[in-house]
Write a protein that binds this ligand. Sequence first.
Ligand code: NDP
Length: 326
Amino acid sequence: MSYIPNENRYGKMIYRRCGRSGLQLPSISLGLWHNFGDVDEYTNGRKVILKAFDSGITHFDLANNYGPPYGSAERNFGKVMREDLSAYRDQLIISTKAGYDMWPGPYGNWGSRKYLLASLDQSLQRMGLPYVDIFYSHRPDPDTPLEETMGALAYAVHSGKALYAGISNYPAPLARRAFSILRELGTPCLIHQPKYSLLERWVEAELMEELEKEGVGCIAFSPLAQGMLTGKYLKGIPEGSRAQRADGALQAESITPEVLDKINKWNGIARERGQTLAQMAISWLLKDPRVTSVLIGARTVEQLEENLKAAYNVSFTQEELRDLNL
Ligand code: NDP
């Protein structure tokens, strides 16, 4: 049966302006790094994507190498676009990235113009789209001049293959230079995508002020530290979880006794707030209005539904904030 979206979807989500741009993003966005590759069940991934859209999630984040295998998340997302969402393309913000290993040889990795522009063409082909909304440099390249990498992003925008340019994993000093180059090229940086969670807070001291000053949005990736901030690892490593799967990026060794101790304490605070740990971890990021969106992953519809509730409880007492600083 063909898909008909929930008519009330826009009443269910809170949208935030992305920096000083004209674009608003849902406070919770869905990323397709894991759970949408050819190793995963297509019908389940489709269900999660459509549930997200029905809940007001308008932003889906991809990259050339999401899968596994590389490229398969874009191909599977393209299928959902074609078969279910094509009528709603103008209601969607779709992003992709290039910067990590994608194909063999010297032109399939890092930040050259050669790689970025070829990769964008391949991404568009896999998704069956004429353009993406945001095209990112996925990580800085120490060996390519920043002017070249930013020039490729600007060209992607000028050529109509992307509407906005973004950067990810750039430390603050490099981000500042990137913003300046992109502005000069007439394609101001829309958004920065850093790793940010209760367990990973470098952006607070180093990046947020810069983003605010420059009018650049912030979308926080791995807000649940790949699932560690859900309480699921408190009693060992459950079957089917990311830390248990051979193709999962979460190393079981990262779940140290120190991490478990923090998770236990945070779990207690979440319970007192009437939230699950996953919800509190997302709410905690959204307490800062400079965070445009929190970019979650979800393996099941149930996880997605649980996490979506986080957007409605984003104020914290001073005492809670202090206790969360472990
Ligand atoms: P999260 O930190 O949100 O982790 C998602 C995982 O946590 C899920 O796949 C699931 O794993 C588990 N989980 C989620 N919700 C629940 C819940 N309610 N209860 C129990 N377990 C839950 O995000 P990701 O690490 O997946 O990253 C999100 C997105 O960020 C990516 O898809 C990608 O778009 C982007 N990203 C960008 C990067 C970059 O370099 N720019 C790098 C990494 C991510 P499980 O399988 O164990 O159930």
